[in-house]
Design a protein around this ligand. Structure first.
Ligand SMILES: *Cc1c(COP(=O)(O)O)cnc(C)c1O
Length: 401
C-alpha cells in the first residue's frame, strides 16, 4: 500500500535508528516552512482537485487524505515513527489503549470463534472477553501464561486469537513470546500482545514472531499524564482491514492534537525511560532493605520467579513494581497511603509523577482481610522526580505505621 510503505525502512545501527526515527522519520519539514516542530493539521476534511482523485479516495480511503476520522497528516508522522519503533510494516493510532485492544480483537473473530487469553489481562480487555464478546458468540478461555503447556491445552479447533500481556502490569507475570508465537503459527492462530509495560524500546513482540503489538500510548509514549491514546502495529494488510471496518465504523482514531503531543512525547522517550530505570533501581534497593516490606515483585529483580525469561526477551524494565507490607491490619496500609506527601494515589503511569495504587481499594471496607495477599499489595509507579524525593516520601510514610 502506497504512501505509507515508502517510509518503511529497515535500519542497521540501533542508536542511529532511534535518533533517526525520533527526529526525522515521517517529518517533511520543507513542506511546512522548515518548521522544526510539526504542525497540527487541525482539519476535519481535505479538498480534491479532480473528480478522479475523489473517486480514488472513495474506493480506498486508506490511500490518502479525505476525512480526519480516517487519515490525517499529523497522525501519519506519528504512525511512521511508531511502526518503525516496533519494526512493523504499519501502525494505527487510537483514541485510547482500550480501543486499540477492542479493534485488534474484534477485527479477527466472528460468531462461534474462541479466544485463548492470558489470565488477568488489562481490566477493559477482560470486560471485552467476559461481557461484550459472548453476546456475539465469541468465548474466551483464560490460562496461566507462565508455562507453554497451558496454551497448548487450551487451544480448540475454533481458536482464532491468543491474547497476551507481558509483563502483566500488576503481577508482572510473563509469557514466553517466541514459544507462544511458534505454537500459534503452527495452528494458524493470530497472536496479539499488549506491550504497554515495555514499549518497543524494551521489548519488540513482532521480532519474536507475534502478529500484532499494541500499547496504551497514555503511559510512556505520551509520558506527561495528559493524553489518552493507543497504538497497534502489524502488517499493512491487517491495518487496512481494521481501518476499513472497526476503526472507521466506531471512529476510534486519535485526534491531530493528541497525535502532536505523542510526537513530542516520543522525542524524550529513551531519556525518560533511562531516568525512570535509574530511579526504579534505587527505590527497589530501598524497599528491599526495609523491615516493613514483606515482598517485592519486579521482573528485573534477581528474586523474580521469571527473571531468566525477563532477561531473555526484554531489553529493560522500569517504573512499575509491586510490594507487600508486613502489617497486622489493612488500616495500616490505608495509613501508609494517606501519609504519602508527594507520591500521588492515582491510576495509570508513565508520566513525571510517582503514583501508587493499594490493592485494598478494589474491595469494600467490610471485606478487608489481612490474610489475603492481594489486599496487602501496593503497586508503585516510580516517576522521574529525584530518587531521594521518592524514597524519603516512602520512608516517612512507612514510619507512620
Ligand atoms: C492503561 C492500559 C491499557 C489501556 O489503555 P488506555 O490508554 O487507558 O485506554 C491497556 N493495557 C495496559 C497494560 C494498560 O496499563
Amino acid at each position: 500500500m502506497g504512501i505509507f510503505s515508502i517510509f518503511y525502512h529497515k535500519h542497521k545501527s540501533h542508536l542511529m535508528d532511534l535518533s533517526y526515527i525520533l527526529n526525522e522519520l515521517g517529518e517533511e519539514r520543507a513542506s511546512y516552512f522548515n518548521a522544526v516542530a510539526p504542525p497540527i493539521m487541525q482539519t476535519s476534511n481535505f479538498a480534491c482537485r479532480r473528480v478522479d482523485d475523489m473517486r480514488k479516495l472513495f474506493e480506498n480511503e486508506y490511500s490518502g487524505y479525505l476525512y480526519s476520522r480516517g487519515l490525517n497528516p499529523t497522525v501519519d508522522i506519528l504512525r511512521k515513527k511508531l511502526a518503525a519503533l516496533d519494526d512493523a510494516e504499519d501502525c494505527l493510532v487510537f483514541n485510547s489503549g482500550a480501543s486499540a485492544i477492542y479493534a485488534a480483537v474484534t477485527a479477527n473473530v466472528s460468531a462461534g470463534d474462541h479466544i485463548v487469553s492470558v489470565s488477568k489481562p488489562y481490566t477493559w480487555a477482560q470486560k471485552l472477553f467476559n461481557d461484550l464478546l459472548p453476546r456475539f458468540g465469541v468465548n474466551t478461555t483464560y490460562v496461566d501464561g507462565t508455562a507453554i503447556e497451558h496454551f497448548e491445552r487450551a487451544v480448540l479447533p475454533n481458536t482464532k486469537i491468543i491474547y497476551l500481556e507481558t509483563p502483566n502490569s500488576w503481577n508482572f507475570a510473563l509469557q514466553d513470546l517466541a514459544a507462544v508465537a511458534e505454537l500459534a503459527r503452527a495452528e494458524g492462530i493470530l497472536t496479539i500482545c499488549d506491550n504497554s509495560y515495555c514499549t518497543p524500546i524494551y521489548q519488540k513482540p513482532l521480532g519474536l514472531g507475534i502478529d500484532l503489538s499494541l500499547q496504551s500510548a497514555t503511559k510512556y509514549i505520551g509520558g506527561h499524564s495528559d493524553v489518552v491514546a493507543g497504538v497497534l502495529c502489524g502488517t499493512t494488510a491487517m491495518m487496512q482491514k481494521i481501518f476499513d471496518n472497526e476503526f472507521g465504523t466506531a471512529g476510534l482514531g486519535v485526534t491531530p492534537f493528541h497525535a502532536w503531543l505523542l510526537i513530542r512525547g516520543l522525542r524524550t522517550l529513551p531519556m525518560r525511560l533511562q531516568k525512570i530505570s535509574e530511579n526504579t533501581r534505587q527505590v527497589l534497593h530501598f524497599l528491599k532493605a526495609h523491615p516493613k516490606v514483606e515482598d517485592i515483585l519486579f521482573p528485573f529483580d534477581e528474586s523474580f520467579p521469571q527473571y531468566g525469561l525477563a532477561k531473555k526477551q526484554m531489553q529493560g524494565a522500569c517504573g512499575l513494581l509491586s510490594f507487600y507490607l508486613d502489617v497486622k491490619k489493612i488500616e495500616d496500609i490505608v495509613t501508609f497511603c494517606e501519609s504519602l506527601k508527594h507520591i500521588l494515589m492515582a491510576v495509570s503511569w508513565g508520566g513525571y509523577e510517582s503514583l501508587i495504587i493499594p490493592g485494598c481499594a478494589s474491595v469494600k471496607e467490610k471485606d478487608y482481610d489481612i490474610t489475603k495477599k492481594s489486599q496487602r499489595m501496593l503497586r508503585l509507579y516510580v516517576g522521574q522526580e529525584e530518587p531521594e524525593y521518592i524514597i524519603n516520601d516512602l520512608s516517612q510514610a512507612l514510619n507512620n505505621i
